[in-house]
Design a binder for this molecule. Structure first.
Ligand SMILES: *Cc1c(COP(=O)(O)O)cnc(C)c1O
Length: 638
């Protein structure tokens, strides 16, 4: 405990580390945040601030993605063991064969860790495009692990898929469209391969929430029952019905309600049984993705949270499949699932540094009455003098009206720019007093919530929302944000965050905390002049790294992969450092080459040199500076 009864337990409650962090993030007695996980049956801890300090020693600057491959492998074990346990308990006759949908995070290190950890479970990969298939052909090195090939496919992709089968893979081509089947017939004959097929069913059970439209009758994906029956007929006619061995469905990502999963499984189990009885030798039921992540740490049915545990999810799949198959008297299928978000979200965080604080704060401004000043200005000064704990709400309504009159008066030329500026400064001073009276009284009046927002500081952070957490901007996805240090000190400031892009959407003003006064402000510590203040944005391992874009030409951030090290004093080492994108490469993305830019700038320099504006020595220096920046990174360098 320290001043005002603060302790790290309170910090943990406020930022909800143990709730969304699932045991992977804990606060140390030193007030710093640690990553924690199991390693060879031992609990190990790594200080995130020490990682950042070591990065700084090695001149790897923030913002950076800090990645813990051990968290990934922990998640793979968790998912596979949950299925194994429930299958054993239920005496379920099929087995579990998981696959990782690579679209969730294609980073080499991520795919590698999942493939390696998954080897003992024959954990495979799922792909949905040609480039992803090329990735899987090179990286899915376990011959027993599945490759699930989803998505719209052209002839080239189907050819690759069939060749992948010829190379001895355990792969399934999941038919997404009727027309794919004819191409498969043609290529199978041409290449002399018997492919194994799945069909993606368009279920009637609707996913809820954001991805509801990926299923249902108007869904973009999958085959209707009419089309499925037609495919079965076609395969039978050609004597190839033995090719069809998997039924697949996917109700959408981040399913918030367990009931949605249950409904979909039951419906799919009925389709499965009917097809089986029609003579289709199905062996696998692929339940797709959707297993959610609790970004809010609230455990409720909300678009950023969910109302079920991993165990619940698995039970709903296994027991419902078992029950329907028993009722229908068909053998229970092997279960395939395609969980991406669940495996990857927790393993990486984005670390950033606060570089500035912006606030409407004119507390030092002192106003003196001047001769012949406008009456509006006099009113504001008097209000500032008169305000007290009894009348502050009345004063608030007064100054709101007066301020809008002052703005009109300025437009009409009645008051000068200088007077208008003085009125603004007085207005914000009055507001600050109102807020203090309100806080002293322990009240949070609804009317003043907007005022609290205006008066709160913005902490400017060195990163881009569009590159590092695009889903926050695109679909309002919330991510936990918290200081990485000083968690043993009570945070006294409530503020919002802004990034360094020149886009007013480049901000964070919605947080998982609901404590004060609503979720638009994040509890923060006051900045100290000679100390860096670090913030972490968590659960960014799923989707963000690939969806991130180059808005304002901010490129990829630095990445460090951290491994636990029981030898060294720090307890960790950098397994790999991957530098962020250079300015030169983001410019190349928009087809502007380094050479052309340099040539143009050199022309300009030569002109100025000819005019005698710059010396030959300066001209060399300028070109050098320009070139160094082109090769440097895109974020602020301090
Ligand atoms: C995106 C996708 C997934 C991954 O879903 P998560 O909810 O991230 O686990 C699985 N299967 C298919 C077909 C997908 O399109």
């Amino acid at each position: 405990m320290n001043e005002n009864g603060w302790n790290i337990q309170k910090a943990n409650n406020l930022y909800r580390f143990s709730r969304w962090g699932k045991g992977f993030f804990t606060i140390g007695d030193d007030g710093n945040l640690y990553a924690a996980f199991r390693k060879d049956d031992e609990e190990v801890k790594i200080s995130i601030v020490e990682i950042i300090q070591e990065m700084e020693r090695q001149e790897i600057s923030l913002p950076a993605v800090i990645r813990f491959p051990d968290i990934l492998s922990n998640q793979v074990h968790k998912l596979c063991n949950a299925f194994k346990e429930v299958i054993d308990e239920a005496n379920y006759s099929g087995k579990y064969c998981g696959v990782y949908p690579v679209k969730v995070n294609h980073m080499r290190r991520v795919v590698e860790e999942i493939v390696e950890t998954g080897r003992e479970y024959n954990f495979g990969l799922e792909v949905g495009s040609k480039a992803e298939l090329l990735l899987a052909m090179g990286m899915n090195s376990n011959r027993n692990a599945l490759t699930i090939i989803n998505g719209y496919k052209d002839i080239e992709m189907l050819r690759l898929a069939i060749l992948w089968k010829k190379l001895g893979s355990n792969s399934f081509i999941v038919l997404e469209k009727m027309s794919e089947l004819d191409v498969v017939f043609q290529l199978a004959e041409e290449l002399g391969v018997e492919p194994v097929l799945g069909i993606r069913a368009k279920l009637l059970s609707k996913g809820m929430g954001r991805w509801a439209s990926s299923t249902g009758e108007r869904g973009k994906f999958g085959l209707s029952s009419v089309e499925i029956v037609e495919i079965v007929e076609k395969l039978k006619d050609r004597g190839k019905i033995h090719w069809l061995r998997m039924l697949h469905f996917h109700v959408g990502s981040q399913i918030a309600k367990v009931q949605v999963i249950k409904d979909a499984v039951i419906e799919a189990a009925r389709v499965y049984s009917s097809l089986y009885k029609m003579g289709v030798p199905l062996e696998y039921m692929n339940v797709g993705g959707g297993l959610g992540v609790d970004y809010l740490g609230s455990g409720v049915d909300n678009k950023s949270s969910l109302n079920y545990s991993t165990r619940n999810y698995v039970e709903n799949i296994v027991y419902n499949l078992q029950q329907i198959c028993e009722l229908e008297k068909v053998p229970s299928p092997n279960i395939v699932s395609e969980s991406g978000r669940f495996l990857t979200a927790l393993h990486s965080l984005v670390a950033t540094k606060v570089i500035d604080r912006v606030q409407l704060d004119y507390l030092d401004f002192h106003d003196e009455k001047q001769e012949k000043e406008h009456i509006l200005l006099t009113n504001f000064r008097q209000n500032l003098e008169l305000i007290d704990k009894h009348n502050y709400l009345d004063v608030y309504y007064d100054v709101i009206t007066d301020r809008s009159e002052a703005q009109n008066a300025f437009r009409l030329g009645v008051i000068s720019l200088e007077e208008s500026a003085r009125i603004d400064a007085l207005f914000w001073q009055i507001c600050r007093k109102i807020q203090n009276f309100e806080r002293a009284a322990g009240l949070f009046t609804e009317e003043l919530s907007q005022l609290n927002l205006y008066l709160s500081p913005q902490y400017i952070c060195n990163f881009s929302v569009f590159q590092s957490i695009p889903d926050n901007w695109a679909i309002g996805q919330l991510f936990p944000v918290a200081p990485l240090t000083r968690l043993d000190e009570c945070p006294q400031i409530y503020g919002t965050l802004a990034d360094i892009t020149c886009d007013s959407d480049g901000k964070l003003d919605s947080f998982i905390q609901t404590n004060y006064p609503n979720n638009s402000l994040l509890p923060l510590h006051d900045l100290r002049p000679d100390e860096d203040y670090y913030l972490g944005i968590f659960l960014t391992g799923a989707y963000q790294e690939v969806i991130g874009n180059l808005h304002n030409l901010f490129g990829r951030v630095n990445q460090v992969n951290i491994k636990f090290d029981n030898e060294g004093a720090s307890g960790f080492y950098f397994e790999e450092i991957i530098e962020g994108t250079s300015a030169k490469s983001v410019l190349e993305e928009v087809e502007i080459s380094e050479k052309v830019l340099q040539a143009q700038v050199k022309k300009r320099i030569d002109m100025m040199k000819a005019d005698g504006v710059i010396t030959p020595r300066e001209s060399v220096k300028i070109l050098e500076t320009y070139t160094r920046s082109l090769r440097g990174q895109t974020y602020l360098n301090r």
